[in-house]
Design a protein around this ligand. Structure first.
Ligand code: 13P
Ligand code: SF4
Length: 324
């Protein structure tokens, strides 16, 4: 997509279905600037599925869900990684690439789940449930990961929980993800009370109204949604799994109960599918823009740094998940 001769002008065809012609000129200068800075600095851009189409389809080298970004971060062949996503994703990339420069374009790109728990909370849970392994969602800080036995993402949470071969696990910090996984396994799951501020707002009433207004619509829900929302959906899975569902089933109509940019990014590859678009914006993901990606590469900011002792323990929890 971003070979040596790629320019913004040649990329518009890719995004014309979701970016109106009147808006496109506003993006071109930054896209050309970023493409040339990537070559100059030997940099790659990793972008999460929630990034806007001009980032996701025009400047990113590697795209995907949290699991894919972590996996692909392990084999990045570049000196600089720019993480177009939120801070915990940039920390994960740094854990897996201690010798590379990892940049996050806006330090305020946080996550309500990551903010819901601290390392001392995890230590207290261990005291309360001695001997019970701690499975930590990747949507957490490196200091929380460092207190954990193993990480998981929405794409592999069930497999991670069942891989431990124990009757009980502590699963932190997303209460709804924990409950949605508990509904699929015999393993007892002790949850925390963190929520995603984007997904907790969807309700079963939203789904009922959508089904009335759009007959035959297929409803896909991210597992960070409340369990009653997941139970009313036709399918639940990670952002990558939702995208795969559309590719495999090609439903005539689909709604994704998740962040808004998902539908835009997936719709580009599926013109035959009608995307119904009630969605919620993630204010953290939306802090990343072409302008601050360009500034990150120009000014080498903001460098992600993790205390080496914390990093060593956090890396163990992430690698244990990746090498499962
Ligand atoms: P995925 O791992 O499914 O991409 O989810 C990450 C996330 O932050 C969802 O809100
Ligand atoms: Fe965090 Fe929710 Fe935003 Fe994902 S969508 S980054 S879980 S606040």
């Amino acid at each position: 997509m971003n070979g040596a001769l790629t320019t913004a002008a040649s990329l518009y065809d890719r995004v014309r279905r979701v970016i109106p012609p009147i808006e496109w000129p506003a993006f071109c200068d930054d896209i050309d600037g970023i493409l040339s800075l990537k070559r100059e600095r030997n940099a790659v851009i990793l972008a999460h599925n929630y990034q806007t189409p001009e980032i996701f389809h025009c400047v990113a080298d590697i795209v995907g869900d949290s699991l894919a970004l972590a996996r692909k971060a392990m084999s990045v062949d570049a000196e600089v990684i720019v993480l177009a996503g939120v801070h915990f994703m940039a920390e994960t990339a740094k854990l897996l690439n201690p010798g590379k420069t990892v940049l996050i374009p806006d330090l305020g790109a946080g996550c309500s789940l990551a903010d819901s728990i601290t390392a001392s909370d995890v230590r207290l849970m261990r005291q309360r449930y001695p001997g019970v392994p701690v499975v930590t969602y990747v949507n957490t800080s490196a200091t929380v990961k460092a207190e954990s036995d193993i990480c998981c993402t929405s794409g592999n949470a069930l497999a991670v929980v069942e891989s431990l071969g124990v009757p009980r696990v502590i699963m932190l910090p997303d209460e709804y993800l924990a409950k949605n996984i508990a509904a699929q396994t015999k393993v007892e799951i002790i949850a925390w009370k963190g929520h995603c501020e984007v997904h907790e707002r969807f309700t079963p009433a939203d789904i009922r109204e959508l089904r009335e207004a759009y007959p035959n619509v297929k409803v896909l829900a991210h597992p960070e949604c409340p369990p009653e929302v997941v139970a009313s959906a036709d399918f639940s899975g990670s952002t990558a799994a939702m995208s795969d569902y559309v590719g495999r089933h090609k439903p005539a109509r689909v709604v994704m109960m998740t962040e808004c940019s998902m539908s835009d990014n997936v719709a580009i590859d599926h013109p035959e599918v009608e995307f119904v678009r009630p969605c919620n914006l993630c204010p953290h993901m939306k802090r990343i823009t072409l302008a601050n990606i360009r500034a990150a590469l120009e000014q080498n900011r903001y460098i992600v740094a993790i205390d080496p002792e914390v990093a060593e323990r956090a890396r163990c929890a992430v690698e244990r998940m990746l090498f499962l």
